[in-house]
Design a protein around this ligand. Sequence first.
Ligand code: FES
Length: 584
Amino acid sequence: MTNGRGKAARSTLRRSREWFAADGRSGMVYRSWLRNQGYGPEVFDGRPVIGIASTWSELAPCNAHLDRVADAVKRGVWQAGGFPLVFPVMATGETLMRPTAMLYRNLLALVAEELMRANPLDGVVLLSGCDKTTPGLLMAAASVDLPAIMVTGGPMLNGKFRGRDVGSGTHVWKFEAEVKAGRMSVEDCQVAEGCMARSDGHCMTMGTASTMACMAEALGMQLPGSATWPAVDSRRYETAQAAGQRIMALVEDDVRPSAILTRAAFENAIRANAAIGGSTNAVIHLIALAGRVGVELTVDDFDVLASDVPTLVDLMPSGRFLMEDFCYAGGLPVVLRRLAEAHLLNADQLTVNGKTIGDNAASAECWNDEVIRPLDTPLLPAGAGTAVLKGNLCPSGAVIKQSAASRHLLIHEGRAVVFDSPEEYHAVCDDDDLDVTADDVIVIRGAGPKGYPGMPEVANVPIPARLLRDGVTDMVRISDGRMSGTGYGTVVLHVSPEAAVGGPLALVRTGDRILLDVPARSLTVDVSDDELTQRAEAWSPTLRPEDRSGYRWLYREHVLQADAGADLDFLRGSRGAGVPRDSH
Ligand code: FES
């Protein structure tokens, strides 16, 4: 027996011993049924039991290879003397789930949290890929606070169409607009469709999945350099194996997410997000994650902390390249090194490899300065990333991704053309007699957390077909919904409070004048307070029949607004792992 900090003392504290070292009938039940998989008794000798939380699913195409990634993690756990057990967590695939995968991020987190707590696990490896799976698993791990390490599944190879790079998501919108404008045939579009997603992996633009993979690395929750390896690269599997080995050390040293996910780590992530030109969805996911570990983080932090960070990474949708190029240029460690050189990184933050983020980035070398720009020749100057707007149209805030917007529209006044739902807009947007001009401001409401419900990625609605044919490529659009990280345009997102709870967006009428002034961080509607008060008194909420029971009811009742991360109110905070009661 060593002292309280020694190996033997710690091993007696392992949660899994509460199951497998139990006497009598209980211990027999726990061990015996698990042996139906052919394990010998040695796996119950006190070695750490490592859960591998997999969001594998054929219904989540971006995660469909995670079973193979799990095999590599298992290999690493065995090599380091642990006992790995893979368990499925619900997968949230962006492309197939209706009404929106975001409706289920919190459910994923809830399921994963409860599975981690209910089972004899000493540590967990989190396997994610598609957008919501990364924040969902991180939120779960934070609330359980068991030693954890993340392995994201990696991006797809660059899309290739007739000699050009095409980016997942980004080019879906581009091609749609080209077809509507008559500049691309439907047949060519169908050929292009088969050229975008040509390997395992998640979207290879700097969409939400790539962004959140980088956020996991910038937070210190995944091994350095691992966010960008393509899903089919052998080094993706090498990384997974290394994570399987490394989780054993985290268990041994009892390093939990609460030791890594500090306020300083979130500041690093916010600045890294600005430097990579990351998705606006990072705002919601990082605030939700911070809420799980009790770190104070507000939407304003994203503007303040990013204000002195230039955009360095030239990736679609803001720039030209794709994740493969980012990886080969050196990946996120290069960005972190450049932030550190500019004194924009909390360099002493602990990461899952046991070193500080500054130490990890110190030796990073850039192999392509076009893809990852030097500090003195950035893609965009400091403060040109995600801006947070305030005003009488969004008292709790709204965001706009400046790097994906049109510069000439960043200060704009226009007539509001209001739609109560995305569907209402889509039903008429291609009508030639739709009363809308390029100077108008399209308002899409009813797309917030409670309103849809689930806050779908619908805010970057297509430009009306008639205007596209006239050569219009962008218009100001405003919504309480979200936009895909692969999307682009002058789109104001996450308007809070949302229309469904009576926020000012609910009170806007077609014909009102809306003023957007991004440099002044302002979004206002030119309607007097008295008039808005009168409209509010006449407003009443609506509730769809399908939202009156089941999970959708639970979600609507408890979801927080976008500026609070759209988590469920009763899931905020850490509940710890504990050891549930023995019923045998
Ligand atoms: Fe899964 Fe884009 S659809 S990452």
